[in-house]
Design a protein around this ligand. Structure first.
Ligand code: ATP
Length: 314
């Protein structure tokens, strides 16, 4: 991974009794990235985010955020980090704007009163909330609370945003708005680390992906690397066994009538097969989407396939 790392962990581990909620992970988040931290419910995403922010102490391993060790450097690092962790807290009887003003005043270096009013109004507008809305937060929907949490994270123009499931509770339109906002912030230089269990969300906005599976980091790479052309062609043929004998070592996998073949050019492969009397029902470049990549990396067992060797000896 290129660039300076703004988050780096080494062997980061959190045990709860026998359970390894987070199990020896080495995260590497480059400056300027939009890093998607994927994993099923209970895989350890929130625990990791809490350790990065110094809210939970690791059992083993280390974490650096913005080049400084956490939690030891919490007081210097956290003012430069905007965070949204599950279930953002707010004073229910106060308006969103007052909540933000209080949050700012409680910070280490509050803005002057006039700037504070302007800044609060600005971030509320950024996340799609009306700064003139005087209703108490208790009247907010889940989506509005989530937006308010995001506004709080943006208050200090952070270098790094750490967001745990930021689109939780939002409808599709709200999800699109937040995605547009986050991409705009990233274009201005903010590094974004967001956890999600939604593959489509990660695929649409992230430059880098890490996948947690029962506490272990089973995949970490640039998204364009993960989705790069495979150099494989997918062939469906009722004569798959004959095709496998014909193509020899180029065949990577055969399952029933479907096979994966290493080939530079699908059209030439088709010509070769048909010219040799092999019937071809369907043929084209094999492209994996993020869902397939994640399934292959995770513990979910893949669909059973016969190997080429089994086919050739049958
Ligand atoms: N304080 C705690 N005490 C005991 N076990 C915990 C504690 N916090 C989390 N766990 C367990 O650690 C595991 C990982 O939980 P975590 O909340 O980090 O997962 P997650 O990926 O964020 O899941 P979700 O998407 O459901 O929030 C789970 O099995 C959870 O039950």
């Amino acid at each position: 991974m290129s660039g300076t790392a703004v988050i780096r962990t080494r062997g980061l581990t959190k045990r709860y009794g026998e359970l390894r909620a987070v199990d020896g992970i080495d995260l590497e988040v480059a400056e300027g990235a939009v890093y998607g931290f994927l994993g099923a419910n209970g895989s350890g995403k929130t625990t990791t985010v809490r350790m990065l922010l110094g809210l939970v102490l690791p059992t083993e391993g280390s974490a650096e955020v913005l080049g400084a060790p956490m939690p030891a450097s919490r007081t210097t690092v956290l003012p430069q980090v905007g965070a949204l962790v599950e279930g953002p807290g707010a004073y229910d009887h106060l308006s969103g704007r007052l909540n933000l003003a209080l949050l700012d005043a409680a910070g280490p270096d509050p803005l002057p009163r006039r700037d504070r009013r302007r800044r609060c109004a600005e971030v509320l507008e950024q996340v799609g909330l009306d700064p003139a809305d005087r209703r108490p937060v208790r009247a907010y929907s889940l989506g509005m609370r989530q937006r308010l949490g995001l506004a709080a994270a943006l208050l200090r123009r952070p270098r790094l945003l750490v967001l745990d499931e930021p689109t939780n509770g939002l409808d599709p339109q709200g999800i699109r708005e937040i995605r547009t906002l986050l991409l705009a912030l990233n274009a201005e230089g903010t590094t974004i680390f967001l956890s999600s269990h939604l593959l489509a969300e990660i695929e649409q906005m992230c430059t880098d992906v890490g996948v947690l599976d029962r506490g272990r980091l089973v995949l970490q790479d640039r998204l364009d690397q993960l989705l790069r052309p495979s150099g494989l062609v997918e062939v469906h043929s009722p004569d798959a066994h004959a095709a496998a004998r014909l193509l020899g070592d180029a065949v990577v996998e055969v399952a029933g009538e479907r096979m994966l073949v290493r080939a530079d050019d699908a059209a030439s492969l088709n010509h070769h097969l048909v010219g040799s009397g092999v019937r071809v029902a369907r043929l084209g470049p094999y492209e994996r989407d993020l869902e397939q990549v994640v399934l292959e990396a995770s513990s979910v067992p893949p669909a059973p396939v016969e190997t080429r060797a089994e086919v050739l000896t049958s």
